[in-house]
Design a protein around this ligand. Structure first.
Ligand SMILES: [Zn+2]
Length: 234
């Protein structure tokens, strides 16, 4: 039995192509009463011909916010490594199976998004390339690459924080999961801790722009093209 050859990845923009500006006021993040949602516990031994299952309900609960906070902690690991701060947590029931953070720069790997890292780690941990019954929490709306991997893994539900108007594949740019020909497995919920998730990204890009301006100013100063600080003062 031959393993299908890996298809070359198409153009996948990095998360840092520009600062994502999550759009306020979208549906998804409701501060209303917490409704219990059944955790994804139905883990069957994976079969490549797994029967289509109804995507899990997408109501947002306190449980979702709990796991999104863990994803934010993973995002902080990315930020500390100088990478765009996106983090992901892969959950089965109430068990965290794996976490991942965005690290394409350090890994020299365009596919090293947080979701991919979490999927790979979870597959290794569970010794299974299918992850039915699992949920993936990620601080930024998945891109098309990650949406594809999430579907291949048969993830039951994906929950994201900030929307990504540049590369989001859960409705912001394209809506991969709504295509019934592609997706029979994965439910989607967006906007969980949207403000916190978006703020982590905004702060990162603001700091990077500030550092970049400072570096340019320093270079001009060194070249004698710009007066020093002392000359600017009154
Ligand atoms: Zn991605």
């Amino acid at each position: 039995m031959s393993i299908p050859a890996a298809t070359p990845q198409g153009e996948v923009e990095q998360h840092d192509a520009s600062r994502p500006e999550p759009l306020p006021g979208d549906a998804g993040l409701q501060a209303g009463p917490v409704e219990p949602v059944e955790p994804a516990t139905s883990t069957k031994p994976a079969e490549s011909q797994a029967e289509p299952a109804e995507p899990l309900a997408t109501a947002i609960t306190e449980r979702d916010r709990h796991f999104m906070r863990l994803a934010l902690e993973a995002a902080e690991e990315a930020r500390a490594a100088g990478e765009v701060p996106v983090g992901a947590v892969l959950v089965r029931g109430d068990e965290v199976v794996a976490t991942g953070f965005n690290h394409p720069i350090g890994a020299h790997d365009p596919s090293a998004h947080a979701e991919m890292a979490a999927l790979r780690a979870a597959g290794a941990a569970l010794r299974n390339y299918r992850l039915p019954g699992c949920e993936l929490y990620v601080t930024l709306e998945p891109c098309l690459m990650c949406a594809g991997a999430i579907m291949h893994a048969r993830i039951a539900r994906v929950v994201y924080g900030a929307r990504d108007p540049k590369t989001g594949a859960c409705g912001s740019v394209v809506d991969a999961f709504s295509n019934g020909q592609l997706n029979h497995h994965t439910g989607v919920a967006g906007g969980v801790l949207e403000t916190e998730c978006g703020e982590a990204l905004r702060a990162f890009f603001a700091e990077r722009r500030r550092a970049s301006r400072e570096a340019r100013r320093e270079a001009r100063r060194a070249a004698g093209l710009e007066p020093g600080v002392a000359d600017n003062s009154r």
